[in-house]
Design a protein around this ligand. Structure first.
Ligand code: DHB
Ligand code: FE
Length: 292
């Protein structure tokens, strides 16, 4: 059966993609930020996932204001990137796993999440930048991917609790898939930021640090916030924190925080990365234990 080995949540700011493209990882203004990913690479090297379920928000590349699904799941053989106007190089396609995607889609719909199914899906910076951050310089794509898009652009937005429950349903979908695959759930977006309006440049470090704490040890308390509360406390784009609720909800077992780093600011955003390891009762059992 497929197993959820853990979750990674990370910011997806386009300027990070530009820094990667220009090889600025060691530049004084970037070094501290990129060093925050070294423990993530060590963990990924150790756990070696086969598949990444990538929960992100599209910013107008694949869905526009005329049609925006609240939740969408990709079921393509590969996912293409294209120019969004941020000045980032277009990256080569990411391989999909349509069979696994269709299993997730069937399981979600049976679980009363009536998501949009996408047999074609362009992935924007919110997908590509985290992939480059997690697997830098990879010659070939090290994982297959299942994109899950959550609307954070057009109100009404899904509530944090709904996103947490979607995560739970994704967890059930993954663990009922009859192939021996190691799956990491990646959430992208946040933390606090606002790019437009009178609060442009808004960052709320106190709120961010509280969220980083609660997402690990008391996600349900945090999930009681409304999406509008998140906009108030984290900024209009800080509401991307919704993706973190999906990832946390998908953790099915005993969760251990393996790494956290927080860096303010990158561009207009409080950047953060977190790694949670997920161990189910089965995985926690000693190696020589008999399982029936
Ligand atoms: C920035 C942050 C984002 O989340 C995004 O999607 C685009 C830009 C920024 O801080 O520049
Ligand atoms: Fe964003």
């Amino acid at each position: 059966m497929a197993r959820i080995i853990g979750g990674v949540a990370t910011s997806h700011i386009p300027s990070i993609g530009k820094a990667i493209a220009r090889g600025w990882q060691q530049a004084p203004e970037w070094k501290q930020f990129f060093d925050g990913y070294k423990p993530v690479h060590a963990w990924l090297d150790e756990v070696k996932p086969d598949v990444a379920v990538v929960v992100y928000n599209d910013h107008g590349l694949n869905f526009f204001l005329d049609k925006i699904p609240t939740f969408a799941v990709g079921a393509a053989h590969e996912y293409h990137n294209t120019d969004e106007g941020w000045g980032l190089p277009v990256v080569r396609p990411f391989p999909g796993d349509p069979e696994f995607s269709w299993h997730v889609i069937e399981s979600l719909v049976a679980d009363e999440f009536d998501i949009t199914m996408c047999q074609e899906m362009f992935v924007d910076h919110a997908f590509t930048v985290p992939m480059s951050l997690l697997w830098p310089g990879a010659e070939s794509r090290p994982v297959t991917t299942i994109p899950v898009a959550v609307n954070t652009v057009q109100f009404p937005l899904p509530s944090p609790m709904r996103c947490y429950k979607l995560g739970k349903a994704i967890g059930r979908a993954i663990e009922s898939y009859d192939r021996d695959l190691r799956v990491v759930v990646v959430a992208t977006g946040g933390l606090s930021h606002q790019l437009d309006g009178t609060r442009a440049g808004f960052i709320n470090k106190r709120f961010d640090l509280m969220c980083l704490e609660k997402i690990v040890c008391d996600p349900l308390a945090l999930a009681r916030y409304s999406a509008r509360d998140l906009v108030r406390d984290a900024g209009a784009q800080g509401v991307e924190l919704l993706m973190w609720f999906v990832m946390r909800g998908a953790m099915t077992g005993q969760v251990t925080e393996k790494h956290r780093s927080y860096h303010v600011p990158v561009s207009n955003t409080a950047a953060a990365v977190m790694v949670l390891e997920n161990k189910t009762a089965f995985q926690l059992a000693p190696k020589n234990a008999t399982t029936v």
